[in-house]
Structure formats: structure tokens, C-alpha cells
Write a new protein. Structure first.
Length: 94
């Protein structure tokens, strides 16, 4: 982060860059989807957006479980258990 930028400015830049990259990826796949980039606790933000937009489907990626997931719970588990719509979990590898 540049020394002249505040943490808020840096966060806004990062979120804007993420939204741009996600938009480009969707265009290249010719896929219709909504993109929402927000700050906050991931599981709660995902659920809030799903409710606000009356989503039909939440697509979320999952990696293999690790110790932190078992101790603190995973975002995927939280979303799957509480989502107001269907959830598609894509398994990924690290």
C-alpha cells in the first residue's frame, strides 16, 4: 500500500480491481451472473447478498479441510447450512 493512501483508499482499490477481474472472467466465459464485491466476514456477506438479490443459486469454491476449518468452521459449511437458496460447491485443489 502506498504510504500516502489510507487503508480505506487501499481497500476500495483492491475491491475495484477484484470486480474488474471477475467481470472480465465472466465475459470470457459468456456467463450471466451478478458480481458483488464487499468487505466483511465472508460467510455473512455471501448470505446477505443472496438474500438481498433473491438469488437462485450461490456458487462457492471449497478446498480440502484443514485444522483451521475444523476449529473455526468453514465459510462453505456456514453458507450451505444457512443459504436461502441452492448452493453449488465446486471442489478445488491447492
Amino acid at each position: 500500500m502506498p504510504s500516502s493512501a489510507s487503508p480505506d483508499d487501499w481497500a476500495i482499490e483492491v475491491m475495484a480491481a477484484a470486480e474488474t477481474r471477475l467481470s472480465e472472467a465472466l465475459r470470457s466465459l459468456n456467463t450471466h451472473a451478478s458480481i458483488h464485491v464487499r468487505a466483511g466476514k465472508p460467510s455473512q456477506v455471501i448470505l446477505a447478498i443472496a438474500k438481498e438479490t433473491t438469488a437462485d443459486l450461490v456458487v462457492i469454491a471449497s478446498h480440502r479441510d484443514d485444522v483451521l476449518d475444523r476449529v473455526f468452521g468453514s465459510v462453505v459449511d456456514y453458507v450451505v447450512q444457512r443459504a436461502p437458496c441452492s448452493v453449488l460447491v465446486l471442489r478445488t485443489t491447492r
